[in-house]
Design a protein around this ligand. Structure first.
Ligand SMILES: [Zn+2]
Length: 425
């Protein structure tokens, strides 16, 4: 995009004339601090992937020290010969009252027995003006789910967020060059070179506009800062007063996800989320389990209440529609068949025979008549008779199967369908 506004033209000019080249110290710092340092290990040898040194392996299992470059290396047992890694880092400069965040991509190509080949490429800049406006001056960033690349020359780029509200130019960095320069206002707000996992541009914007963000930074609560910027960040606002109570009590939250889950359970139970007794537990896992069980018991009681209420609310309608069939009694000395007389009885029928006559709301079916076949009071099968063509639609016993009395029941009902037909006339 062409620089159109006065601000954009000024930024393009300053970027091309005032910014320094990344110095050697920063390049070394970026390699040392932002990437992994690895030794490939075979059965008998360690290979330093930074300087290419090989030496006989000792008893080390996780870490070793290269005798040549003196680095502490993470050990990977493999027969591979190459390794590629990359990440982003940033440097901060102040140019003519602008806060400039410069983003670099560092790529390291490793090969066993060779010195590492490192390339560093500047890919983007954010320019923040004193009055809170910003512009993106960057290479074109393309990301299609598989490939992530930067191409073309630097230009002013559009600030269009994607579907998730994130811009392709919001970049999380693995570190910030230690010789950073920031506008005095950010220094006053507590910035000391650490962004946590928050993309730097968002970090500065939040820092300037959000007191809670500033408070967390001054308290060095980087885990909470990152959380605040993540997908469940709204919980930090919702439980802000509770978080302040943990500060006052010197309570350290070890597992933020679990702790916020726990607070939601407490709140749901109507317990006081401003009481240190609840919100600063010695054993978070145990408390979480305890109150979760309490909530599940309460939810279960509530479900039962709702069920009873829903049964009671439909009883009058069912009575009105089907009570004229209630005096139908079919059967013989062995099997007794009668119309189900209440919604409550549908519930009992479904529960005892473990089928869906209640759950699927058969009591609401205007053109079905539901009967229950019993032997000495014990439910055997449930029969559905159509009130449009007076046929048996289905007859089902325990868990929808046929009982040993199925054929007898079908015969009994078929012999007496005329009684039901007579009722509707
Ligand atoms: Zn080495």
């Amino acid at each position: 995009m062409q620089a159109r506004t006065k601000l954009q033209r000024e930024i393009v000019y300053l970027s091309n004339t005032k910014l320094s080249i990344l110095n050697r110290d920063n390049e070394v710092w970026a390699y040392n601090s932002c990437l992994q340092h690895i030794a490939y290990a075979t059965k008998h040898k360690f290979n330093c992937l930074t300087c290419g040194e090989k030496w006989n392996r000792g008893k080390e299992r996780k870490k070793c020290v290269c005798p040549s470059c003196d680095r502490t290396l993470s050990i990977i047992n493999t027969k591979c010969l190459t390794y590629k890694q990359w990440t982003y880092f940033c440097s901060l400069e102040v140019v003519n009252d602008f806060q400039v965040i410069r983003y670099f991509k560092i790529v390291a190509n490793h090969k066993v027995g060779r010195e590492v080949f490192v390339s560093i490429d500047e890919i983007s800049q954010h320019w923040l003006s004193e009055n809170g406006k910003y512009e993106i001056y960057a290479k074109l960033h393309k990301y299609n789910g598989y490939l992530d690349y930067w191409k073309n020359e630097f230009a002013i780029r559009r600030k269009i967020p994607n579907y998730y509200g994130i811009s392709l130019y919001d970049i999380s960095v693995s570190g910030c060059c230690p010789d950073y320069e920031v506008l005095p206002k950010y220094r006053k707000l507590g910035f000391k070179g650490n962004f946590g996992n928050v993309p730097p541009l968002n970090f500065f914007m939040e820092l300037e506009n959000n007191n809670r963000f500033e408070c967390l930074l001054k308290r060095k609560e980087f885990a909470l800062l990152s959380y605040y910027f993540g997908s469940r960040g709204h919980l930090v606002d919702r439980f802000w007063k509770t978080i302040c109570i943990t500060f006052r009590n010197g309570y350290k939250i070890k597992d933020l996800n679990l702790w916020f889950d726990y607070l939601e359970i407490l709140q749901n139970l109507g317990l006081d989320c401003l009481n240190a007794h609840y919100v600063c537990p010695n054993n978070l896992e145990d408390n979480h389990t305890f109150y979760l069980a309490r909530r599940q018991r309460r939810d279960e009681r509530q479900r039962k209440k709702d069920l009873i209420a829903s049964i009671q609310s439909y009883e009058p309608t069912y009575y009105k529609e089907k009570s004229k069939y209630f005096d139908i009694e079919l059967g013989n000395d062995e099997i007794q068949i009668s119309v189900i007389r209440s919604v409550q009885d549908f519930y009992e029928e479904g529960k005892e025979l473990n089928h869906c006559v209640f759950t699927n709301g058969y009591y609401k079916r205007e053109y079905s008549l539901i009967l229950s076949a019993k032997i000495e009071g014990k439910r055997i099968e449930t029969i559905e008779v159509s009130l449009t063509d007076f046929n048996i639609v289905q007859s089902r016993g325990l868990r929808n199967s046929k009982s040993e009395y199925h054929d007898k029941i079908i015969d009994l009902v078929n012999q007496n369908l005329s009684i039901i037909k007579h009722k509707i006339a």
